[in-house]
Design a protein. Structure first.
Length: 123
């Protein structure tokens, strides 16, 4: 698999983990808390493989940017936590930055290997 797929999987796991963490109500609902911890573990496991091929600054910016947008939307829909228009505008700036990083980073694994070293991940 490519590091961009690992990154996408890590992002999806982080979004799920954060949603379960919110649902755990401060760890007072153990099943949700355990699920959150397991998902965070899997999330960082995949992220560790991503970082062998994508520069950490780029990977983390994209990971956190997409996660922020997704969690803001989940907060709005699932947890009824609205954001002010200015807050949505600030989130939009984060998205623009993540897209810019994605567009300016080589997606060719060989080019990435030459820049940050080689590594084998979950192939």
């Amino acid at each position: 698999m490519t590091p961009w797929i690992w990154l996408g999987g890590s992002i999806a796991l982080e979004i799920a983990a954060t949603s379960f963490l919110k649902a755990s109500e401060g760890f007072s609902r153990p099943a949700y808390a355990v699920a959150a911890l397991a998902l965070y573990g899997a999330c960082f496991w995949l992220l560790s493989f991503t970082l062998m091929r994508i520069p950490v600054g780029v990977a983390y910016a994209i990971w956190s940017g997409i996660g922020i947008v997704a969690i803001a939307l989940i907060g709005l829909v699932a947890f009824r936590q609205p954001l002010a228009p200015l807050q949505w505008g600030c989130i939009a700036l984060i998205v623009v930055g993540a897209v810019g990083l994605n567009l300016t980073t080589p997606h060719d694994a060989k080019a990435a290997d030459q820049r940050v070293g080689t590594g084998s991940g979950p192939e």
